[in-house]
Write a protein that binds this ligand. Structure first.
Ligand code: IPM
Ligand code: MG
Length: 371
């Protein structure tokens, strides 16, 4: 019997390398639950192209129910060649973007923190990697990802035209700005808001609204503004200057991949996608590595599980209210890397271990830290 006060977690491996990295994240979750005697219910559910083969749905109803009942979702990855055969309406209604929208997951937190053990794996010089510790807060439900009208049309003269709409309302901007300011208060107290107000009206609104939330509610936090193109350059020139970056959906997507290189690999990056707080203080939350499904290496044991394991650490911090356990998971990763364990993406062509072996090393380091 699951105890009544058990925290429930939906485990959604998904496509490509999703299942194999999520299996390692799951082990870490189960290990902490066991060592700390935390009642926890882990619900493994189908999502993606396998679910489509089995149920004719990417997101079966049972999965949707489990995800909405859960205190948190651990997600693997989505997408890949099998998606080409899935009808567009199903893809549209049941994609990860639809999940983000349906659960109102508006704030996407992507921490980027360097570790000396991996400086060699980064394309950047050691001297710029020291002290890099930032979080990119990406607005997840607005901008071109969801804007209407959108589509590909044929003009009267036969020319084809692709259309997307970049639009933001003040309230969309204000709520993600608050998420960024709140986060900054728990860190070094600095927010850099990134937009392109020199060309885009929605960017001008972005800057004005972030500034107004700041002035009215967060005067204790230091706010600066930066143009998105300059930010891309600053992320490789001097990434240590940033504490919290807050930006729109598309800029956040691009800038977070760019920033990832400081850590040595996109495989290292975790994320949390958070909804608004409900009256019960509960909030919908989905944790996933940033790397995506990587179908070319799926099933080969080559994937780096660190992004998934660090996503579990974020879950302990943001959904389970156990920041000390989150710290220990991060320590265990750092200890594993210091001991020399490397998956292929961070091995610089040298000796590397499999996804599962990497999980073994982290489990063993964490076991000593938890006892
Ligand atoms: C990400 C991914 C997704 C995005 C894709 C898979 C739709 O790149 O989470 O960064 O663009 O949001
Ligand atoms: Mg991306």
């Amino acid at each position: 019997m699951t105890p009544l006060n058990a925290r429930s977690i939906a485990i959604v491996g998904g496509d490509g390398i999703g299942p194999e990295v999520t299996a390692q994240g799951r082990r870490i979750l189960a290990l902490v639950a066991e060592k700390r005697s935390l009642p926890m219910k882990l619900m493994d559910v189908d999502y993606g192209s396998d679910a489509y083969k089995k149920h004719g749905r990417l997101l079966p109803q049972s999965t949707r129910v489990a995800m909405s009942e859960a205190d948190a979702i651990l997600f693997g990855a989505t997408g890949g060649p099998a998606f080409d055969a899935i009808p567009a309406p199903v893809r549209k209604a049941e994609s990860l973007l639809a999940v983000r929208r349906d659960f109102d997951l508006f704030a996407n937190l992507r921490p980027v923190k360097t570790m000396p053990a991996l400086y060699e794996a980064s394309s950047l010089k050691r001297r710029v990697l020291d002290g890099v510790d930032m979080v990119i807060v990406r607005e997840l439900l607005g901008g071109v990802y969801f804007g209407e009208p959108r589509g590909i049309e044929t003009l009267p003269d036969g020319e084809r035209r692709g259309v997307n709409t970049h639009a933001y309302t003040a309230s969309q901007i204000r709520r993600v700005a608050r998420a960024a300011f709140d986060l900054a208060r728990t860190r070094r107290g600095r927010v850099c808001s990134v937009a392109k107000e020199n060309v885009m009206e929605a960017g001008r609104l972005w800057r004005e609204e972030v500034q107004s939330v700041h002035d009215a509610e967060y005067a204790d936090v230091e706010l600066s503004h930066m143009l998105a193109d300059n930010c891309a350059m600053q992320l490789v020139r001097a990434p240590a200057q940033f504490d919290v970056i807050v930006t729109d959906n598309l800029f956040g997507d691009i800038l977070s991949d760019c920033a990832a290189m400081a850590t040595g690999s996109l495989g290292m990056l975790p994320s949390a996608s958070l909804g608004p707080f409900q009256k019960s203080e509960r909030r919908a939350a989905l944790y996933e590595p940033v790397h995506g499904s990587a179908p070319d290496i799926a099933g080969k044991g080559l994937a780096n599980p660190v992004g998934s394991i660090l996503s579990v650490a974020m879950m302990f911090r943001f959904s389970l209210g156990l920041p000390a356990e989150a710290d220990l998971i991060e320590r265990a990763i750092s200890d594993a890397l210091v001991s020399g364990a490397r998956t292929a993406d961070i091995a610089n062509g040298g000796k590397h271990v499999s996804t599962e072996d990497m999980g073994d090393v982290v489990v063993s380091k964490l076991t000593s830290l938890l006892t």
